[in-house]
Design a protein around this ligand. Structure first.
Ligand SMILES: [Ca+2]
Length: 344
C-alpha cells in the first residue's frame, strides 16, 4: 500500500498512510484481542484453509488415539486371558503333582505294611482286611495276607477297603476298567484271576475260606451317570467245591431299590464249562460270565463290561434288574466282605 501511494507521489498519501490507516505493531499485538471477523475473512483464506486442515488433522489424530486405545485394551485383555489360562494350567499341574506324590507315598506305606504282615507269626493270625484294620492298618490298598492254617489259605494278595462304611472290607470282586474278561472257565473262577488293583475275581476257593467265619457282603454299583448305590447282606457264605460254591445270603439292606441277588440265593456256581444252573439253557454261556445262575439272572455282576454308548444293547452285560433293567450294563461294581461281628 505504501509503495502504491509513493508512486502516486504525494505526501498526502504518506500522511494518510501514517495517520489514517490503522497502526501496525507486529511486535506488540493487542493483548488478547481477537482480530475482527471481517478482517479475518478478507485476508486470511490461507488461515481458514489451515484451520480446516488443522481441524481435519486433529479429528484424524483423535480417531487414531481412539483406535490405539481400543487396540491397547484388546491387547491388555488378551494378555490377562493368557495369564489366567496359564495360572489355571499351573494349578492343574500342581494338583496332578500333589496327587502323584500322594499316590507314591501311599504305595510306600503299602509296601512297608505288606512286608510287616509277611513277618507276622501265626499267633497273631491275620485272616483278612478286618484283622488288619484291628491292627490299625487304616489305609485302603493292597496288602499281603500270610498263609493261614486255620482257614487253610495260602499267602495271598488282597485289596482292603478301610474307609467305606467303617472299613475292614476284603474286596472279592471288582469291575471298573473292562480290561479283564470275566468269561472264564471253572478252574479260573476257582483260583481267581485279574489284577488286584484293577478288575479281578478273588477266587471261589479263597472266598469260600474267607466266609467260613460269619460274614457280611456289600455290593457297590455305579452307573454311567456317576450315581452310586449299594446292597448289603447281613450274612454271606460260599459252599466248598463239592457244593459247587453254592451261595448263601442273609437279609438285604441298601439303597439300590431292588434286591437283585436274592434270586440267586441257594444256587450253585456255573461257568461256561460247568452248567449248574436251574435252566434248560446254559446260562453262563448266554450271559457270558461265571455266576450263581438260576434261570438265568436277576443280576449278572460278572457279565461283559460294556462301555458307554453300547452298554444298553445287550442282555449279557453287568446288570442289576430293578435299578437299570436287564439291558443296562453298569460302569463299576465292587463286592466286598467282612466278619459279621466287625466293630469299626
Ligand atoms: Ca442249564
Amino acid at each position: 500500500m505504501l509503495k502504491r501511494c509513493l508512486s502516486a507521489g504525494g505526501w498526502l498519501c504518506i500522511f494518510i498512510a501514517v495517520f489514517v490507516s490503522p497502526p501496525v505493531w507486529p511486535q506488540k499485538p493487542p493483548k488478547h484481542k481477537k482480530p475482527a471477523k471481517l478482517k479475518a475473512v478478507a485476508c486470511c483464506e490461507e488461515v481458514r484453509e489451515l484451520q480446516a486442515q488443522t481441524a481435519n488433522l486433529s479429528s484424524l489424530l483423535s480417531e487414531l488415539r481412539r483406535k490405539q486405545e481400543q487396540d491397547w485394551v484388546s491387547v491388555v485383555m488378551q494378555v490377562m486371558e493368557l495369564e489366567s489360562s496359564s495360572k489355571r494350567m499351573e494349578s492343574r499341574l500342581t494338583e496332578a503333582e500333589s496327587k502323584f506324590s500322594q499316590m507314591n507315598n501311599q504305595i510306600d506305606i503299602m509296601q512297608l505294611q505288606a512286608a510287616q504282615t509277611v513277618t507276622q507269626t501265626s499267633a497273631d493270625a491275620i485272616y483278612d482286611c478286618s484283622s488288619l484294620y484291628q491292627r490299625n492298618y487304616r489305609i485302603s490298598g493292597v496288602y499281603k495276607l500270610p498263609p493261614d492254617d486255620f482257614l487253610g489259605s495260602p499267602e495271598m494278595e488282597v485289596f482292603c477297603d478301610m474307609e467305606t462304611s467303617g472299613g475292614g472290607w476284603t474286596v472279592v470282586q471288582r469291575r471298573k476298567s473292562g480290561l479283564v474278561s470275566f468269561y472264564q472257565d471253572w478252574r479260573q473262577y476257582k483260583q481267581g484271576f485279574g489284577s488286584i488293583r484293577g478288575d479281578f475275581w478273588l477266587g471261589n476257593e479263597n472266598i469260600h475260606r474267607l466266609s467260613r467265619r460269619p460274614t457280611r457282603l456289600r455290593v457297590e454299583l455305579e452307573d454311567w451317570e456317576g450315581d452310586v448305590r449299594y446292597a448289603e447282606y447281613s450274612h454271606f457264605a460260599l459252599g466248598n467245591e463239592r457244593n459247587s460254591y453254592r451261595l448263601f445270603l442273609g437279609n438285604y439292606s441298601g439303597n439300590v431299590g431292588n434286591d437283585a441277588l436274592i434270586y440267586h440265593n441257594n444256587t450253585a456256581f456255573s461257568t461256561k464249562d460247568k452248567d449248574n444252573d436251574n435252566c434248560l439253557d446254559k446260562c453262563a454261556q448266554l450271559r457270558k460270565g461265571g455266576y450263581w445262575y438260576n434261570c438265568c439272572t436277576d443280576s449278572n455282576l460278572n457279565g461283559v463290561h460294556y462301555h458307554l454308548g453300547e452298554h444298553t444293547k445287550h442282555l449279557d452285560g453287568i446288570t442289576w434288574y430293578g435299578w437299570h433293567g436287564s439291558s443296562y450294563s453298569l460302569k463299576r461294581v465292587e463286592m466286598k466282605i467282612r466278619p459279621e461281628d466287625f466293630q469299626p
